[in-house]
Design a protein around this ligand. Structure first.
Ligand code: 13P
Length: 258
């Protein structure tokens, strides 16, 4: 039987490119009200770049923290269209999603780029990278999942120094489960998380992993299935897409996991 994970759990809402500025502001205000008095764990929302500064102001002083969906690796300069870690911090961000599979697919982001982004975020005091990894359907069906996860972790994080006060979140998001409405079997997620845990332990040492890393799951989480993930040993939280767009639904999921 799985041992209950006692780590402080985290739930992150990834709003992707789903809401306009006005809708984002409305939802952020509702979230702040809904979660007032929610003292357990950590709750994070990641709106689009355009809305960050505005949402940062709304969330100030409340229980919800702010995250970004992407970042650039330089701090300043002639990089059209990009936003630096320092700028995210200025807008009130604490978390930064890096290497989401949708960016790997549509922006052709690879793990060389992802590594640079993680490094830049770790070099910016107070920011926490949320590093996305996960296999696609073909890789799963040809028994390559474990290899893919190890390879992605090594490419994304290999050689980085993690300071004792830093946190790195690794989000396991099997690409084939994202946006489908059906999450993977919790046992399968737990197995993948074990692989991730073992790989990180090899790379950074058991103590560092215990102290500085969180491993979370993402892919079609809703209030219907979140409970099944809450007691698993190696799962420190959830990254939620679709279900986070509805404030009441997201609140339900948060209560189930944290
Ligand atoms: P869904 O929860 O909509 O499947 O999205 C998951 C995700 O991609 C979160 O980053």
């Amino acid at each position: 039987m799985a041992i209950k994970n006692m780590k402080n759990k985290i739930i992150i809402a990834n709003w992707k490119m789903q809401l306009s500025l006005a809708e984002t502001v409305r939802s952020a205000k509702k979230m702040k009200t809904k979660f007032s008095g929610f003292k357990k764990g950590k709750v994070v929302i990641c709106p689009n770049f355009l809305s960050l500064a505005e949402v940062g102001k709304i969330l100030k002083g409340g229980p919800i923290e702010l995250g970004a969906q992407d970042v650039f690796w330089e701090s300043k300069g002639a990089y059209t269209g990009e936003v630096s870690p320092e700028m995210l911090k200025e807008a009130g961000c604490r978390y930064v999603i890096i290497g989401h599979s949708e960016r790997r697919k549509y922006q052709l982001e690879n793990y060389e780029i992802i590594y640079k982004k993680i490094k830049a975020v770790l070099n910016t005091e107070g920011l926490v990278p949320v590093v996305c990894i996960g296999e696609n359907w073909d890789e799963r069906m040809t028994d390559k999942r474990d290899f893919i996860l190890v390879d992605q972790l090594q490419k994304a994080l290999g050689g980085l120094d993690i300071m004792s006060d830093q946190t790195v979140i690794v989000a396991y998001e099997p690409i084939w489960a994202i946006g489908t409405g059906s999450a993977i079997e919790p046992a399968e997620a737990e197995y993948a998380h074990k692989i991730i845990h073992l790989t990180l332990s090899d790379m950074f040492g058991i103590e560092t992993v215990k102290r500085n890393f969180k491993i979370i799951y993402g892919g079609s989480i809703s209030s219907k299935n979140a409970q099944e993930f809450s007691g698993l040993e190696n799962i420190d939280g959830l990254l939620v897409g679709g279900a986070s767009l509805n404030v009441d639904e997201f609140f339900k999921v948060a209560k189930l996991i944290i």
